[in-house]
Ligand binder design. Structure first.
Ligand code: PLP
Length: 409
């Protein structure tokens, strides 16, 4: 969160006071630092420099068009999981030959769109999908370049709701099933297997599960003696939501991947989402009311679980910090909650907190990934604004949705 910091008691994003921004723009809103996103991208690219990978931003982490454009300009491709994301990535100026398409339930329309747009890779996640793509290839009389997403059955040691690489999870094809599929590959005349892909989960903080995955991939490729153009290693690099979260050592991982690449002589693709944008955004919200309960204070915000879903969906803990930090303490138990009529519409709890008052602004931190992209209109609430700051300038990159447009159906 290095570009969101206090100067005295006041919280700043780059060179702008957040209290001033909150006076000019109705809360709640998402607020991003351009510098932070750029820094995150160049750090990642720098760590992986020796591998020279294609870095495909996982668009579902943050689908704002301006942010996609910015990452595209920096050189990123995109990992998309729907026809909508595919069109948005192209609209943002990302070259289709840098786009990979993942997802267990791609429809025929979505697959045809991907073929028509000539994207780099469709990552197949089942035999049935392979058959459907093969048929599309037959119809168009072309050979379609595809990847196969394997499920390596590796425990990513992350929250169970964001684990994707265990055999229990719906994603990818098991190694065993891939072996038997590959025996019949000649029947799939319109498919060209150019890649294998994996994505074992999200918010991963250790390189151990990645190391296991590389070994499994190596074994499969050697067993089958396949020659591949690409290995897509997915994303999942964790960020520090709390002080206790130790960041993953990407330099170590890069060394492993470098050796892996040398053995196979193929190109590497990564699909990072969270690690590029997670710490580059906050959610600015106003304290609407403070209600004294039996044994705690409820700090009722104007932002709800429809605006920011991660705590309700994944029990995610996001630190909440005051926009103007008073030195006096509010002692006793406090719980930040939102206005939505659901008991899960609540955020972080504290035992001691700086003094805050009704009408003050707070920031829910590290909400740049899976924040706005997961928001909804639940309780007939409009999607909130998104604001991008660069140095001392701000730009509204998504306007708050018009409430009157919401009430027609
Ligand atoms: C969500 C997703 C990612 C990105 O994961 P992060 O944890 O945000 O890096 C990458 N690849 C696939 C296939 C995904 O579904």
């Amino acid at each position: 969160m290095s570009h969101f910091k206090y100067s005295g008691p006041k919280l700043f994003v780059e060179d702008l006071s957040i209290a001033n921004l909150a006076k000019k723009n109705k809360t709640p809103f998402y607020l991003y630092s351009e510098k932070q996103i750029k820094e995150n991208y160049s750090n990642l690219a720098q760590n992986f420099k020796s591998i020279n990978p294609l870095i495909c931003f996982a668009a579902k982490a943050n689908t704002n068009l301006s942010i996609l454009k910015m990452l595209g300009k920096l050189g990123a491709g995109a990992d998309v999981v729907s026809g909508g994301e595919l069109l948005k990535a192209i609209k943002a100026g990302i070259n289709p030959n840098k786009i990979v398409f993942s997802g267990v339930g791609k429809t025929e329309d979505e697959l045809k769109l991907a073929v028509k747009k000539k994207i780099l890779l469709i990552n197949i996640e089942s035999e049935s999908e392979a058959k459907l793509i093969n048929n599309i290839g037959k119809k168009f009389n072309i050979k379609i370049s595809v990847g196969f997403r394997l499920n390596p059955d590796v425990d990513a040691k992350t929250h169970k709701k964001i684990s994707t690489g265990k055999s229990d999870n719906k994603f990818g094809v098991s190694i065993k099933n891939f072996y038997s599929f590959y025996k019949n590959i000649k029947q799939f005349k319109n498919l060209k297997i150019d890649a294998l892909s994996v994505h074992i989960g999200s918010q991963i903080l250790s390189d151990t599960p990645y190391k296991k995955t590389l070994n499994i991939l190596l074994r499969v490729i050697n067993n089958l003696k396949i020659k591949l153009k690409y290995i897509d290693l997915g994303g999942g690099f964790g960020i520090s939501y709390e002080k206790k979260d130790k960041k993953i050592n990407l330099k170590n991982y890069a060394k492993l991947v470098y050796n892996f690449k040398k053995k196979l002589n193929c190109n590497i693709i990564f699909e990072p989402g969270r690690s590029l944008v997670g710490n580059a955004g906050i959610l600015v919200s106003k304290i609407q009311y403070i209600k004294k309960g039996e044994n705690k204070y409820f700090i009722i915000l104007d932002a709800g679980m429809n605006d920011f879903m991660r705590p309700a969906l994944y029990d995610a803990r996001h630190e909440i910090i005051p926009v103007n930090k008073l030195t006096k303490n509010l002692s006793g138990n406090i719980e930040f909650v939102g206005p939505i009529c659901e008991s899960t519409c609540k955020f972080t709890k504290y035992k001691n907190y700086p003094k805050i008052n009704e009408g003050d602004f707070i920031a829910i931190t590290n909400t740049g990934a899976y924040g706005s992209s997961l928001s909804s209109n639940y309780n007939t609430r409009p999607l909130i604004a998104e604001i991008l700051v660069s140095k001392n300038k701000f730009k509204v990159i998504r306007k708050k949705q018009d409430l009157l447009k919401l009430i027609n159906a």
